[in-house]
Design a protein around this ligand. Sequence first.
Ligand code: ATP
Ligand code: MG
Length: 430
Amino acid sequence: MKAKQIQSVKGMHDILPEDQKYWRYVQKKAEQLLEYYGFERMSTPVLEQAELFIRSAGEGSDIVDKEIYTLKTKGGDTLALRPEATAPVVRAYLENGMNVRPHPVKLYLIEPMFRHDEPQAGRYRQFHQVNVETIGDASEAVDAELIFLGYKLLESLGLENFNVQINSIGDQNCRPAYLKALKDYFKNRSKKLCADCKVRMKENVLRILDCKEEGCKEAAKEAPQMVDFLDESCRLHFKHVLEFLDEAKVPYILNPYLVRGLDYYTRTIFEFVPDEPPAGGAASQSTLLAGGRYDRLIEQLGGAKTPAAGWAIGIERIILAMKEKDVHVPESGPKPKVFLVQLGEAPKRKALPLFESFRKAGIEAKSSLGRDSIKSQLRIAHRLDVRFALIFGQKEALEGTIILRDMDSSIQETIPLEKIVDEVKKRLKA
Ligand code: ATP
Ligand code: MG
């Protein structure tokens, strides 16, 4: 009887070899851009104390209420698989004394995240983000630089059909009055709200604006707007961010109802949303990038009052968008120049050291140990579009020679084995 196959965990996916070129490409573009702008890469563990996310994202957030994966250790700790990276970065910043480094501290991560989301196109339970954080600078220039970099990153990945939505959700001084106005507004419309939003009415009324249910969206249509409640310093901050963006020629849309799902955001928040809903999904469900300012988080996690801002992109969603747009992505790795054809036992045994000598000489070579016929091996050589095939048969292995075949002209010459690497090198240069 055949053993039952074991399946992957729901919502978690393998990344197959043919997709690696996309992953490398996104990672490379992100690294190049972010390093140029002075961001340094770091990593944090996949597991954190669950408390870190409960305290930062907040009870009542999707992440903490529905999506967090927690586990109890034998020692009795409650740990969580990281659902997002900002809180871990801040934890690491404080724990490693990065607060004494010159500010702002500019960091980025490229890491997997875990959320118990409902799996669908662009929504998984293990997914990956590029996360960018600028810690220790309250100025408008930081918000603008972050948005600018997100815009440039997507642009460099061949993505153009998205809009930058931006809003300010004020701070602890001016937001309470707005929340009260919102509550009064929704009180008269509570019948239209979904069960979750009825709870949000009590716990976090702002999140009703983030609800994806049609009824709630309908109910929110004429809700009061935060812009009308911003105090003078928040209003000026927001105005300056927009001026910076105008200057940098980043087009944006003011979305007065944009809010973020997490508690720690203050002032500027933004999302990059595709213009067209992708196949099998709504545009609002396929936000490519999201972020904002979080001036209170570091304090909330036990540090000194330190302003900060950041964003994250979902790499899977970016790759889906790239594929949908047919963005050309170069094959990863250098193109092979030489293909080693081996015929028979003795050549196979000697092939490995020969192959290695090409690697040492910095010449990209390929071979196919599993194939035996010259025809099938030359076919691969053709497909790889190499300049030369090296044909290594029983006779050559015995004589200490090898046949050098020019793939364009099909001209073949016999060369002493010890000279072959130099000979190929010489001809590649010519
Ligand atoms: P959504 O509203 O789509 O659930 P979110 O507000 O929960 O998104 P953030 O926490 O802001 O998302 O995460 C930033 C980015 O990470 C998102 O814009 C998206 O590109 C990506 N992302 C979030 N959740 C998932 C997921 N479950 N699967 C794949 N990508 C995700
Ligand atoms: Mg979500």
